[in-house]
Design a protein around this ligand. Structure first.
Ligand code: PHE
Length: 353
């Protein structure tokens, strides 16, 4: 029996010596260490041996099995090393090959502009306040002092979220501007201390929606950045100072700005701010339509009715507000001729920024 074990071992080792690849090695393992291998048969048939033979045969069989297992491990390592050496010496490494391209994401051009706007206003002490995109007629129009039959309320300007049958006298709609956030913010601030509402200094960025005829200049969705400052003794000079300073920090320290009278229901007086065209330096060019000025934002002193609707006593508090379009600013800066590029998701456009 012991001779037979020695024979089993020698047979297995001889077969192993010829093996050069992993597949044959696996076949060898099944044949020489698997369930129906010769060595396993020896274990299975132990019961047939004479009692005094079982001890020595068992021990010898175990030694053979362990020896074969050790050889298997060694051979596995040897094959792996051989494969590595082969790949290092034979498969030549061409260090001049270009590296693999890792696609990199980037910030949307409007997001880049938004972040600059945040940075400039953060330096001036304004916090970002986020407000909802679905509004009621009350917040989008009524609290902002829109007269009942103002044309902006008409169907063609707003996206309503309810069918015409469902709509009551305070229908829900997608906000047409960020200004309703002024009311939400003031009410939230005032709720902290109704007798003594704290000063407000916030910007309110976000998407707005209008039922527009889409063209190179108008999109049905666009971002706005609203600004609101409310406190005691805030004057039109504060508005002018803050916004001209914003223009210098955003567009260059020598940029001049000017204010033109305008009209919004929620501000009185109201104005629009132009900045000197940064492309031609005010000489006149295609972008500024040969006027030397670019229209940048709408602004004004918060209307007393709006302050009241926000929970601020207009006898004690004043404030200014403004609203600008980051797409338009981005278009001016990068010479983009069509606003529809921004939300069309065309990689050829987006990859340029
Ligand atoms: N809400 C105005 C618009 O959408 C912009 C604006 C905001 C004007 C705040 C004045 C004050 O055009």
């Amino acid at each position: 029996m012991l001779d037979k074990l020695e024979q089993i071992k020698q047979d297995a080792l001889r077969a192993l010596a010829d093996i050069q690849d992993e597949t044959s090695l696996d076949q060898w393992r099944v044949a020489h260490l698997g369930r129906s291998s010769a060595i396993m048969d020896v274990f299975k048939n132990m019961g047939a041996l004479a009692k005094e033979e079982r001890g020595p045969v068992g021990r010898a069989a175990n030694q053979v099995k362990q020896a074969l297992e050790a050889e298997l491990t060694q051979k596995t390592v040897a094959l792996a090393e051989a494969a590595l050496t082969r790949s290092l010496t034979q498969d030549k490494l061409d260090v001049t090959l270009p590296g693999r391209h890792i696609p990199r994401g980037r910030l949307h051009p409007v997001t880049q502009t938004l972040r600059e706007i945040y940075r400039v206003f953060a330096d001036m002490g304004f916090q970002v306040y986020l407000s909802r995109e679905v509004e009621t007629d009350e917040f989008n129009f009524q609290y902002l002092n829109f007269p009942p039959h103002h044309p902006a309320r008409e169907m063609q300007d707003s996206f309503y979220v309810e069918s015409s049958q469902e709509r009551g006298d305070n229908p829900m709609l997608m906000r047409t501007h960020t200004s309703p956030g002024q009311i939400h913010a003031m009410r939230q601030y005032a709720a902290e201390s109704p007798e003594n509402p704290p000063p407000v200094r916030i910007i309110l960025p976000g998407m707005c929606y209008r039922y527009e005829q889409v063209s190179t200049r108008y999109e049905s969705q666009f971002t706005q950045v609203e600004g609101l400052a409310v406190g005691e003794d805030i004057t039109f000079s504060d508005l002018k100072g803050t916004l001209s300073d914003f223009a210098r920090r955003m567009f260059g320290k020598n940029v001049r700005s000017r204010f033109r009278a305008s009209h919004f229901p929620f501000t009185e007086p109201s104005a629009e701010m132009d900045i000197e065209c940064f492309l031609c330096g005010g000489e006149g060019c295609g972008v500024c339509k040969h006027s030397g000025w670019l229209e940048i934002l709408g602004c004004g002193m918060v209307h007393p009715n709006v302050l009241t609707n926000g929970g601020y006593d207009p006898e004690r508090y004043t404030g200014f507000a403004f609203g600008m379009g980051p797409e338009r600013i981005t278009m001016l800066r990068h010479h983009i001729e069509d606003i529809r590029y921004f939300w069309a998701n065309d990689m050829r456009f987006l990859e340029q920024f």
